[in-house]
Write a protein that binds this ligand. Sequence first.
Ligand SMILES: Cc1ncc(COP(=O)(O)O)c(C=O)c1O
Length: 383
Amino acid sequence: MKISNRALSGPASGIRHMFELAKNYDNVVNLCIGEPGFGTPNNIIESACEALHQGHTKYTSNAGVLELRQALTEKLAKDNNIFVDPLKNIVVTTGAGEALMLSMLTLVNAGDEVIIPDPCWPNYYGHIGIAEGVAVPATSYEKDGFALTAEAIEKVITDKTKVLIINSPSNPTGAVIERDELLKIGALAKKYDFMIVSDEPYEKLIYDGNEHFSLGSVEDMKDYVITVNSFSKTYSMTGWRVGYAVGPESVIQPMVKLQENLSSCVNSAAQQACIEALSGPQSAVDEMVAEYKNRRDLLVNGINELPGFSCMAPKGAFYAFVNIQGLGVDSARAAEQILEEIQVVLTPGSAFGKAGEGYLRISFASSTEDIEEALKRLKKHFI
Ligand SMILES: Cc1ncc(COP(=O)(O)O)c(C=O)c1O
């Protein structure tokens, strides 16, 4: 059977490659992971169990249950300064991943260009490829703390540019784009007439007094921005698969229509649990963020003691993007050697795009014990 070009065109995952290699070793410490090392808070789990017993076992509306969209409307007003109508401007999706996919399917025709940060979460290439768009990387640099700039974006704008994806705080670099720079980026969307998809699943994982700013909150950007977010990282709910997209009715409603054919709706009990996540106590989120900050500091200080390694403290998310240019090998080889020799799994920067070469992504979502053990092995090996 000849499979479709679409299925064939997906890029090979450098992250999966490391996971596959790691299966050949015992006693592996994995700092490759992109999901929280905490369980989902109990009040959320309990509300899902209750919801199942109460009969939340049926299809919901394509856009998501209204009560959840209403809770999201309040959250968006309070946290993001975004004011929307739950009946028109929100679609609940299977994670931010599906919200991004639906955005591409709604906005992109074959051959349209979509600008993405380089380095970036590699799934953007997949989403754009499935929509038959063309991914156009805009480079972010270590000298700017890896924050993508309007200047870098403007260099790659063409008359085929249809969408720009931004991601702050960033996976894989932890960079946070400052408000002023975001406003400059927004001005480009108006000047050249393209949409911005702002992927914000790490909005709460932000440290040292840095602030998250949603471009979708700017009054005259409302028609230009789709804000994408998720319950995965904030509430340690990766496996529940709930996210959402917020934006102009003219884009969100076609996404709702596509949702009917993709999955009909998001899991009903999981949507109920998300209402509890938003309306219940937020102390678990604060505790997780404080713990991530401790783990970040432990990791960054340890890494900076290693010859050939250097690393800025990331402002957000739970990834350190570590410069290994001093080692004299490319990032894929460096990650493989580290796995072979000391059984620590790290992700080569090249898995996130060309501009990631010369770096390794190290996740501090893992436990403190795993970070300590990895540092012990790295120090023994490299010092
Ligand atoms: C930048 C970024 N966007 C979106 C997602 C997707 O998150 P989810 O589909 O779990 O909501 C991830 C997951 O790692 C991510 O790192």
